[in-house]
Design a protein around this ligand. Sequence first.
Ligand code: PHE
Length: 349
Amino acid sequence: MESLLKKWDGEEVIIRFDNLTKAWIIIAIHNTRLGIGTGGTRMKPYQNLQEALQDAMKLAEGMSYKYAVSNFPRGGAKAVIALPDKFDSTERPDLLRRYGKLVCQLGGLFETGPDVGTSPDDMDIISETGDPYIFCRTPQKGGAGDSGPATALGVFSGMQAVCEQLFNSPSLEAKRVLVQGAGSVGNPLIQLLRDAGAEVLFSDIDEAAIAHLQAKKGLKHIHPDKIFDTPCDIFAPCALGGILNKNTIPRLKCLAVAGGANNQLSEPADAERLWGRQILYAPDFAINIGGAMAIIGIETMGWSRAEADKNVTSVRQTLKHIFAIATAEGINTDVAARRIARSRLFEDQ
Ligand code: PHE
């Protein structure tokens, strides 16, 4: 653990053990050069503290790159609440309240919103003790609600840049898009794609979600085992990270990867593997900023919902810029995007 922490290039990590539930709370602040450390709260079981810590640090780094590549005035950070194996869900609200108290004690060092495993309802509970550092409370509690639809809108705009690059036209009409994960981002993304005339395939592990989309919307479901072998124009990962790796990339039958999940690559070499196969990769941290951008804009910068939606579509320009640099310099898109971000995060200006 010590060596993990020491080789990280972030600023600081706060670790708290909640003995009542045996949960670990980790808040990783990666880089605050551009603004207040801001990132979601991920809540799920982990094998052990080390795995949770690693996830928090990597996710916090991703947030730094996310804001920097889009020139958005926030710093990279993330929280992980690592639940124990046997977690009694009746303890959840009080655990969230204790977590909120910690965020409040940090006095503005860290601001948070939802992520995998947490929702606007949870943000309401966290804000009871964590106010005023909590984004995405429900509208009834004065917040801007779920960030998923805005993330989906940003991903959709990014897909338009992908189509421009591949087909010389931003239109998604008749393009075959495979969405992995029909959750808070995947679901609204599916809707946007259908409205644009795309042919949508989806994959999920939740039986109820599958049945709903199949029956109500007539969508074709792809079994999770087949997801990497299914031919499509765009593959859109919108579930957990780490799915693009040396085993899955050789199997892909898509022209591009563009989706909302954080940390889609297992390791940096995976970007080169995709590039080598001439699969156009939209760097996850560039394409998935929509939710954070919209919510932070609405809740702290006075944006209306319409302004937020408009600003989120800047993802298309950000990606065009990344693709242009990658093509001109013969470097993969992930390297190109990181170079832009790094110049804002680390270099003297
Ligand atoms: N899950 C969001 C993300 O990864 C986190 C977030 C939401 C941060 C809303 C701030 C506000 O971008």
